[in-house]
Ligand binder design. Structure first.
Ligand code: GTP
Ligand code: MG
Length: 196
């Protein structure tokens, strides 16, 4: 269980992140998929990470200190159409540098909207993570939005697609920030990861 969570710093330069002197995990995924909401859900806070109904809310690399021991990072989403190419290229460079160079990063949680059939943009991002050796875990979000049967169907279809990317099926979780589905399992997994 997470007992303490506080904001540390936001920045647009991966080189200016806090000293990599402790374990770190990050949340990434399409704009509006629920990254910031999931951070609030697992830390038991309301607005530690800023959320919005409009995509494109998180635009910087945001570090949070958890239990005085490890860093949790909220990242901007990919696939946000309403920004110009220069801004988009800037975000992509920032995120890819962060994900490939951050030496203390021990888990990258890739959030997938559980309401949707497998989306090309998520599979492309996942394939990039696979090719770069990014330690990837999947989190299917917004499970409260439809029946369990529908969620299961989408999760299964997505996992099938990942067989073309990873030799072993990636670890995955089904969550809802709305009703805390999956919270205990996800937190336990993360706490094991940052212990190592
Ligand atoms: P960006 O920062 O723009 O990339 O978005 P994000 O991925 O951080 O999404 P955010 O957490 O801001 O949530 C986007 C919208 O989805 C908000 O309106 C949230 O309230 C809603 N939302 C997030 N998670 C859930 C969930 O589990 N269930 C439901 N019903 N809504 C959710
Ligand atoms: Mg966000």
């Amino acid at each position: 269980m997470i007992k303490k969570a506080s904001f540390v710093i936001s920045n647009n330069n991966p080189g200016k992140c806090p000293n990599p002197d402790r374990a770190e995990i990050a949340f990434i995924g399409r704009s509006n998929v629920g990254k910031s909401s999931l951070i609030n859900m697992i830390t038991g806070t309301r607005d530690l990470a800023k959320t919005s109904a409009k995509p494109g809310k998180t635009q910087l690399i945001n570090h949070f200190m958890i239990d005085d021991r490890w860093y949790l990072v909220d990242l901007p989403g990919y696939g946000f159409a309403k920004v110009n190419k220069k801004v988009k290229d800037g975000w992509e460079a920032m995120i890819s540098t962060y994900l490939t160079k951050r030496e203390n990063l021990c888990g990258v949680f890739i959030l997938i909207d559980s309401r949707l059939e497998p989306q090309g943009i998520d599979l492309e991002f996942l394939a990039w993570c696979g090719s770069e050796g990014v330690p990837s875990v999947l989190v299917f979000t917004k499970a409260d939005k439809q029946s369990k049967a529908k969620t299961d169907l989408n999760v299964k279809a997505f996992l099938k697609k990942t067989k073309e990317i990873f030799e072993e099926e990636p670890d995955y979780f089904v969550t809802s920030a709305e009703n805390t589905t999956g919270k205990a399992e996800l937190v336990q997994f993360i706490e094991e990861l940052v212990k190592e």
